[in-house]
Design a protein around this ligand. Structure first.
Ligand SMILES: [Zn+2]
Length: 109
């Protein structure tokens, strides 16, 4: 009668959730500019540095004379220095897809 069946072993309720994932916080996004083939708006988490692309209008990153063009290329955009003058405090990131995921590097200019 004193046999303990392993089947009846209760799983301990996980009182503490393991902090194994880094995204344990609520991301706190701030706007940034991403450079990937062209420039676009993105958002970057101030806590973990996670970056996500933010679809939408990017015409405000274009040089004034290039706005409204049906097709634009990277040369139609403001220079990084001009973007930073226009949006003080904005950070610009080079953003690239690689085999190991998205890599981003801040462009300091
Ligand atoms: Zn985060």
């Amino acid at each position: 009668m004193d046999r303990e069946s392993p089947i009846h072993r209760k799983k301990k309720p996980s009182s503490k959730s393991k902090a194994s994932s880094r995204s344990n916080h609520k991301h706190k996004y701030e706007p940034c500019i991403l450079k990937y083939l062209q420039y676009s708006w993105g958002e970057r988490c101030q806590i973990c540095g996670r970056i996500r692309y933010k679809p939408g209008h990017r015409s405000d990153l274009l040089r004034p004379e290039c706005r409204g063009k049906p097709y634009v290329w990277i040369g139609d955009y403001l220079s990084i220095r001009e973007m930073k003058e226009k949006y003080p405090g904005i950070r610009v990131f080079d953003w690239e897809y690689t085999k190991s995921g998205v890599v981003h590097k801040e462009i300091l200019e």
